[in-house]
Write a protein that binds this ligand. Structure first.
Ligand code: GDP
Ligand code: IMO
Ligand code: MG
Length: 431
């Protein structure tokens, strides 16, 4: 069986949760390798919705081992809440889930720093999810983070005290923000001890054992390539690598263990939070365009983690081509095609124009990308409904033409097409 890395290749929220849940029955293992509770992955089964932030999207399937790898940053209380909700829905989550001993914990001071930094940035804020992601990865890289395994260390108390003193100094003296109490930190650590320690494992070891036994594995990305700390629209990005390569370091596996990279993208583009977005048409701050409004409304474009309205725009093939290259994408899963139903025409951005020059790649400087204007190709739309279509032959000719053009301009074959939020709303095109 092939091992697959499934990642978002726009600005997140491409429908990764749906695609991973759908592929999970063909898998023995589903593992998250980066990001944290900034992710919000939605699964819809028979109309019933489940939103997951840290628990891998294979959790609803019996016999699928779900792993949270060392590359993720975890908030103990968020995992506990997700586990409780799943248990209440009859999912024996503790049997199916294991968490890496090397995972870094997000503690209350990380959230306080995230909020304080964003407030201090004012208009220049990144628009983070406020989940403490950036500060937790900073601590990891600075070699002062607290890992799950550290809950068993005898110097934990002293380390917590030192970090809390330092953070509270920053919060009080520099940011003039409320301090974090020791009681708050202790409450989070108690949850980690009670709920996470029993699930602690050496995830890399587990993966290698399963691999040797012939298991099929799916590595589930969070966010999207344009939010990657190196290849995204820096500094308007998240604090981890989101490209397929992050799966290796985030799980402790080698490149030979990856056979395919599935790049998940919407048939249009959305973004939540600040930063450049060349094909943007519509946002809650007053940018108004009928097609953009159609995408936002028909696509119900609100963040699964923060509930914030998402900015919407046309499909950007420059973005997708960039992602295909930097993440070695071998096949596309195009989602939300049904949202385009009823639009008289559909546009694809095939290049940018800046200062009279034509660009076919993403510039490294976010300001340069911000100055880019999209060069569009216009294709005819369709009036028929594609909602829930599972047979490619039933797609309107214009929808098929759009997919063919996406394959051409992105240089990558479309392997899956999602036509609605439910698990069953899918067309597959085997290679
Ligand atoms: P993720 O973060 O990549 O897992 O994506 P989110 O769950 O944040 O956002 C995707 C949203 O689109 C969710 O509400 C899904 O239920 C929904 N969705 C996924 N695929 C489709 C689709 O093909 N059509 C429609 N209409 N909705 C979809
Ligand atoms: P999923 O996995 C969409 C965005 C935030 C902000 C930037 C930095 O559901 O696709 P952070 O809290 O990570 O420091 O925020 O990244 N962002 C996401 N946008 N989907 C996500 O996850 C995101 N995770 C972070 O909005 O712009
Ligand atoms: Mg999401």
């Amino acid at each position: 069986m092939a091992n697959i890395v499934a990642i978002g290749i726009q600005w997140g929220d491409e429908g990764k949760g749906k695609i991973v849940d759908l592929l999970a029955p063909e898998m023995d293992v589903v593992a998250r390798f980066q990001g944290g509770p900034n992710a919000g992955h939605t699964l819809v089964i028979g109309g019933e919705k489940t939103v997951l932030h840290l628990v891998p999207s294979g959790i609803l399937h019996e016999g699928v081992l779900c792993l949270i790898g060392n590359g993720t940053v975890v908030t103990p209380s968020t995992i506990a809440e997700e586990m409780d909700a799943l248990l209440a829905a009859g999912v024996p989550v503790a049997e199916r889930l294991r968490i890496s001993d090397r995972c870094h914990l997000i503690l209350p001071w990380h959230r306080a720093l995230d909020a304080a930094r964003e407030a201090a940035r004012g208009k220049a804020r990144i628009g983070t999810t406020g989940r403490g992601i950036g500060p937790a990865y900073e601590d990891k890289t600075a070699r002062r983070g607290i890992r799950l395994i550290d809950l068993l260390a005898d110097d934990l108390d002293a380390r917590i005290g030192e970090q809390l003193d330092w953070t509270n100094f920053l919060l009080r003296e520099y940011f003039h923000a409320p301090e974090v109490s020791r009681a708050e930190v202790d409450a989070e650590l108690a949850i980690a001890r009670e709920r996470l320690l029993p699930l602690m494992a050496d995830v890399s070891q587990l993966l290698h054992e399963r691999h040797e036994a012939g298991a099929a594995m799916l590595f589930e990305g969070a966010q999207g390539v344009m939010l990657d700390v190196d290849f995204g629209t820096y500094p308007f990005v998240t604090s981890s690598n989101t490209v397929s390569g992050a799966a290796l370091a985030g799980l402790g596996v080698g490149p030979a263990m990856i056979d395919e990279v599935l790049g998940i993208c919407k048939a249009y583009t959305t973004r939540v939070g600040a930063g450049p977005f060349p094909t943007e048409l519509y946002n809650a701050d007053g940018m108004e365009d009928p097609a953009g409004r159609h995408l936002a409304e028909k696509g119900s474009e609100f963040g699964a983690t923060t509930g914030r309205p998402r900015r919407t725009g046309w499909f950007d093939a420059v973005v997708v081509r960039h992602a295909v290259r930097v993440a070695g994408v071998t096949g596309l899963a195009v989602t939300k095609l049904d949202v385009l139903d009823g639009l008289p025409e559909v546009k694809l951005c095939v290049a940018y124009e800046r200062d009279g020059e034509r660009l076919t790649h993403i510039p490294a400087d976010a300001r340069a990308l911000d100055a880019c204007r999209p060069v569009y190709e216009t294709l005819p739309g369709w009036s028929e409904s594609t909602y829930g279509v599972t047979d490619p032959a039933r797609l309107p000719a214009n929808a098929r033409a759009l997919l063919a053009r996406i394959e051409e301009v992105c240089g990558c074959p479309v392997r899956m097409l999602s036509t609605g939020p439910d698990r069953g709303h899918i067309c597959r095109f085997p290679g």
